[in-house]
Design a binder for this molecule. Structure first.
Ligand SMILES: Nc1ncnc2c1ncn2[C@@H]1O[C@H](COP(=O)(O)OP(=O)(O)OP(=O)(O)O)[C@@H](O)[C@H]1O
Length: 803
C-alpha cells in the first residue's frame, strides 16, 4: 500500500509523495524506498527504483514489487561501453582495411604471374621445338609437314576430347583444352557445351584457371604471329566467329521534339560486320547523334526513316545483348580496379553457359590487347581520388564493352585524349575484334595519317547531320577528286575535308561546301529534300543531268517513324542467354562488398560521425518516458531517413550501408532507458530497409539533383504528416506514410517494456498518438514491404531505362 504522510500530495496514480517531493512506496524486500523525484511538469515520479544498500539499485516493477536480486544495469554505462566498442572496431577497420586488401591482391598477383611465366615458358619451348623440327625438314616438304602436323593435332585433340580425362596435371589440361577453346564461339552449340563441361570440370583453382587463360593467349599470339586462322575473309570465316550484325539505314532523319529543327537529315548507308567505320565531321555535325540513333539510344527527338538489321526490319534493341556502346564519358567504377571493372562486365554480360575459366580468358585477352597489364590492379580512380591516367581510363571504358564480346561495337570518341601510340594500340585491339566479324563504328577527331589508314570506311557528316561521304577510306580521294577537290600534299585527308565543311578552306573545283551533301545524294541516287533542290540547280547541268538514277521528290513519302523500344514487346533476337537476375544480383553484391571494403576508411569515418550524431540527437531529445520517448523518436526517424536516403543515393548500395546507418542510429536509441537495444535495432533495420528502397527508386527514376531534393523533402514532410492530429484531415493520409509506422514501432517497442501500473499510467500517450500496442509486427511488416516494393519498382525502372 502506498505510504502516505499528512503533508503529502498526489504523485503517481495511487502513490503519494511526502514533503521534499520524494515518492515513497513500500517495497516487498522490506526496505524503504526513498526513490524517485517527482517530475514537476508531468506530476509523475521517474524513475522508480528501490535502493538496497548504498549502490545497488533494483528496478521496481508494477509499483509494488522489486525484482529481487536483479541488478538494474546502468544504461548510460552500457551505452558508453557500446560506443567505445564500436569506435574501437571502426578504428581497427580504418587502419587494417588496406592491409587486408593488399595482402589478398599480392597473393592473387603472385599466382597470376606464376601462371603467365609458365605459359610464356611453354610457348617458348613449343616455338623452339617447332623451329628445330623445321630445321631438320627439307624446304619442299615444309608445307606438307605443317599440314600433316595440323591434321595430327586435330585428330589427337579429337581423341583426347572423347576420352575420359582424369589428369590432375595442369599442363595436360592445357593441352586438352587448347583446341577446344577455338570452338567457343563457333556456333556449334554441342561443342560449346562439351567444352564448357570440360573446362568447369577440370579447372578449379585460380592458378589452374590463370594457366589455362595465359596458355591460350600465348597460343593466340603465336597464331597471330604466323597469321594463321585469325584472318577474316569477308565471308564470316574466322577462328572465333560471332553473330554478324549488319546495320542498314535509309533516309534517317531526326527532328528535335517541339522545335521542328532537323539535327540529322536523310542519312542513308550501311555499316558492315568485320569493318571499322570512322564517323567524322565538324563539331556539332551530328556524329554522336548519328551513332546514338543507330543504337536506339537517342532521346528528345522524333526519328523517321528506316533501320534494317541484317536486311530485316527488326529493332536494334532486340540485339542489345550483343551490342556494345562506349560512351564519350568514361563511365567506370572509380573505386574498383581495372581488372574488377572488366571482370564484372564480363560476368554479367557474357553468355551464362561460358565457364568461369573462359570468362577469365576473355578478360585477360582484353587486358592484354588494350595494354592494361601494368595497371590491372590499380584503382581506376575518381575525381576526389586519382587513379590511373585519363588514357588508361579511356581504354578501360572501351574494355568494358569488349569483354562482353559484342557483334556491333559503337564507340563515341574513344581516342580523344589518347596519344598516338595509345590510339594506335586501341585501334589494333579493335582491328582484332573486327577480324572476328565485329561491326565497329566510332566517332573520331583528327586522327593521325597512320590511324586514319587503319579504318576501313569513312562516314563524313556535314553540319545539320547530312552525309558528305560514306564508303571505303581508300576511295575518298577518288570521289572528291572527281569533283575537283584535291587533297594538298602533307595534309591529312579528313583534316582537309573537315576544313572545307567548316568553311575554313575553299573546296576548289566547281562545287561549294553547301553542295557537297547534295552531290553525295545525287551520286548515290538518293532522294533530295525539297528545300535543298536549289543546291542541285546551282550545280549547273553537271550533276542532276549526269546522274540517271536521280530521284527528286517533293515529299519523303517512304519515311515512317522508327519504332521505339518497348520492354515487354521487343523480342530478344541476340541468341545470348546472360546470367539470370539472381546470379547477377550475386555478382552485384560481391562487387558492392568489395567497394565497401575498399571504402572502409571513409566509411569508418562516416560511421564515427554518425555515432556521434546519434548520441547527440539522443541527448538533445526530450528525455521523458511519459510518451514512451515519442518526440525523441521523431528526430531518430528524420535523421535516419535523411542519412540513409542520401547515403543510398550516393553509393547505391544496400546491406553494408544499412548496417552502418542502423548502428549509428542505434546510439540514439541507447539514450532512452526503457526499450531494449534489440527491439530498437530491429525497428531501425526495417526503417533503413524501407528508406533505402525509396531512395533507390528515386535515384533510378529521377535526375540526381531531383532525387537528392526528394530524399531530403520526403522524410521531413512525411514525418510532419505522420504527426498530424487525429482530428485533422491529413491524418487519414498519415496512416500510410513510413515515418508513422516507424514511430509507432519505436513507441510500441518501448511501451512493451512497461507493465502493470507503469504501462497503465502511460496508456494515455498511446491513445493520444492513436498507436496500438499490438501493432509492432504490423508496422515492421509495412516498413519491410515498402522497402521491398520500392526495390522491385527500382529494378523495373532500371531494366526499362537501361534498354
Ligand atoms: N537532345 C538534344 N537537344 C537539343 N539539341 C541536340 C540534342 N541532341 C543533339 N542536339 C544538337 O544536335 C547537334 C549535333 O550534336 P552532336 O553531339 O551529335 O554533334 P557532334 O558532331 O557529335 O559534336 P562534337 O564533335 O562536338 O561532339 C548539335 O548542334 C546539338 O546541339
Amino acid at each position: 500500500m502506498p505510504f502516505r504522510t499528512s503533508n503529502s500530495k498526489p504523485c503517481c496514480e495511487g502513490f503519494f509523495c511526502p514533503e521534499g517531493l520524494t515518492c515513497m512506496i513500500p517495497c516487498p524486500l522490506g526496505a524503504h524506498c526513498p526513490v524517485a523525484k517527482l517530475n514537476r511538469d508531468t506530476g509523475i515520479c521517474w524513475p522508480f527504483y528501490c535502493r538496497m544498500g548504498s549502490r545497488v539499485r533494483y528496478r521496481c516493477f508494477a509499483g509494488t514489487q522489486c525484482e529481487k536480486g536483479t541488478e538494474l544495469p546502468s544504461m548510460q554505462v552500457f551505452g558508453v561501453l557500446l560506443i567505445a566498442l564500436l569506435t574501437a572496431v571502426l578504428i581497427v577497420v580504418y587502419n587494417c582495411s588496406d592491409q587486408v586488401i593488399s595482402t589478398r591482391y599480392e597473393r592473387q598477383a603472385k599466382s597470376r604471374e606464376a601462371a603467365a611465366k609458365y605459359a610464356r615458358d611453354a610457348a617458348q619451348a613449343r616455338q623452339k621445338s617447332r623451329a628445330s623440327k623445321d630445321a631438320w625438314k627439307p624446304s619442299g616438304l615444309h608445307g606438307l609437314q605443317e599440314t600433316l602436323s595440323r591434321t595430327f593435332t586435330r585428330t589427337k585433340t579429337k581423341n583426347a576430347s572423347g576420352a575420359h580425362v582424369n589428369k590432375k596435371d595442369t599442363h595436360s589440361i592445357d593441352d586438352n583444352l587448347e583446341d577446344k577453346s577455338s570452338n567457343l564461339e563457333s556456333g556449334d552449340k554441342s561443342a560449346n557445351a562439351k567444352h564448357a563441361r570440360k573446362v568447369s570440370k577440370e579447372l578449379h583453382t585460380r592458378s589452374q584457371i590463370f594457366k589455362y587463360a595465359y596458355g591460350q593467349i600465348e597460343r593466340e599470339k603465336a597464331m597471330d604471329g604466323m597469321n594463321m586462322d585469325m584472318m577474316y575473309d569477308g565471308e564470316g570465316i574466322s577462328l572465333r566467329k560471332r553473330p554478324r550484325i549488319e546495320v542498314a539505314f535509309k533516309e534517317l532523319t531526326l527532328t528535335l521534339k517541339g522545335k521542328r529543327k532537323n539535327i540529322m537529315r536523310c542519312v542513308s548507308g550501311k555499316i558492315l560486320p568485320g569493318r571499322i567505320s570512322a564517323v567524322m565531321g565538324p563539331s556539332g555535325a551530328g556524329k554522336t547523334t548519328f551513332l546514338s540513333a543507330l543504337t536506339g539510344k537517342i532521346t528528345g527527338c522524333n526519328m523517321s526513316g528506316m533501320i534494317l538489321i541484317n536486311g530485316k526490319n527488326e529493332s536494334i534493341h532486340s540485339y542489345k545483348k550483343i551490342v556494345g556502346f562506349v560512351p564519350q564519358d568514361d563511365i567506370v567504377h572509380g573505386d574498383l580496379t581495372v581488372e574488377e571493372n572488366l571482370r564484372f562486365s564480363a560476368r554479367c554480360r557474357l553468355s551464362a553457359d561460358i565457364p568461369k575459366a573462359d570468362k577469365v580468358l576473355i578478360t585477360e585477352r582484353v587486358i592484354e590487347s588494350l595494354g592494361l597489364q601494368g595497371v590491372r590492379d590499380s584503382r581506376v580512380g575518381t575525381v576526389e581520388k586519382r587513379g590511373i591516367s585519363g588514357g588508361q581510363k579511356k581504354r578501360v571504358n572501351v574494355g568494358l564493352e569488349m569483354v562482353m564480346e559484342p557483334s556491333l561495337l559503337i564507340l563515341d570518341e574513344p581516342t580523344s585524349g589518347l596519344d598516338s601510340a595509345s590510339s594506335s594500340l586501341l585501334l589494333k585491339a579493335l582491328r582484332r575484334e573486327a577480324l572476328e566479324g565485329v561491326n565497329i563504328s566510332m566517332v573520331v577527331h583528327q586522327p593521325s595519317y597512320s590511324l586514319y589508314k587503319m579504318f576501313d570506311d569513312l562516314i563524313l557528316l556535314a553540319k545539320g547531320g547530312l552525309t558528305v561521304y560514306h564508303g571505303p577510306v581508300d576511295k575518298v580521294e577518288e570521289y572528291f577528286g572527281g569533283m575537283g577537290i584535291t587533297i594538298p600534299e602533307h595534309v591529312n585527308t579528313p583534316d582537309h575535308l573537315i576544313d572545307i565543311l567548316e568553311g575554313i578552306t575553299k573546296p576548289g573545283g566547281d562545287v561549294t561546301a553547301q553542295q557537297l551533301p547534295v552531290k553525295w545524294m545525287l551520286h548515290n541516287g538518293y532522294r533530295v529534300p525539297p528545300d535543298m533542290l536549289h543546291l542541285c540547280d546551282q550545280n549547273g547541268s553537271s550533276s542532276s543531268s549526269s546522274s540517271p538514277q536521280v530521284e527528286i521528290v517533293e515529299h519523303a513519302d517512304g519515311q515512317r517513324e522508327v519504332e521505339t523500344y518497348n520492354y515487354f514487346t521487343t523480342p530478344d533476337l541476340s541468341g545470348r542467354v546472360t546470367p539470370g537476375v539472381i546470379r547477377q544480383y550475386r555478382y552485384y553484391l560481391g562487387r558492392v562488398a568489395k567497394q565497401r571494403l575498399r571504402d572502409a576508411r571513409v566509411q569508418a569515418a562516416d560511421y564515427i560521425i554518425l555515432l556521434l550524431a546519434g548520441a547527440c540527437l539522443g541527448t538533445m531529445a526530450e528525455v521523458s518516458d511519459v510518451s514512451f520517448g515519442y518526440s525523441g523518436y521523431q528526430y531518430t526517424v528524420i535523421a535516419v531517413s535523411l542519412l540513409s536516403m542520401i547515403g543510398a543515393l550516393r553509393t547505391f548500395s544496400q546491406d553494408k550501408l544499412q548496417y552502418r546507418r542502423e548502428s549509428a542510429s542505434g546510439m540514439n536509441s541507447l539514450s532512452y532507458p526503457r526499450s531494449s537495444f534489440q527491439s530498437n535495432y530491429l525497428v531501425l533495420l526495417c526503417l533503413v530497409y524501407c528508406v533505402t528502397g525509396i531512395s533507390y527508386t528515386l535515384a533510378i527514376s529521377l535526375e540526381f539533383s531531383q532525387a537528392q531534393l526528394w530524399s531530403v523533402l520526403l522524410p521531413v514532410v512525411l514525418t510532419l504528416i505522420a504527426n498530424q492530429d487525429k482530428t485533422s484531415a491529413i491524418s487519414l493520409v498519415s496512416k500510410f506514410v513510413f515515418p508513422r509506422w516507424a514511430l509507432e514501432a519505436f513507441v510500441v517497442a518501448n511501451a512493451k517494456e512497461y507493465t502493470g501500473v507503469w504501462l497503465m499510467t502511460r496508456c494515455a500517450a498511446l491513445k493520444k498518438f492513436d498507436f496500438d500496442i499490438h501493432n509492432l509486427k504490423k508496422c515492421l511488416c509495412y516498413l519491410m514491404g515498402t522497402g521491398l516494393g520500392c526495390r522491385i519498382i527500382a529494378f523495373i525502372c532500371l531494366m526499362s531505362r537501361s534498354n
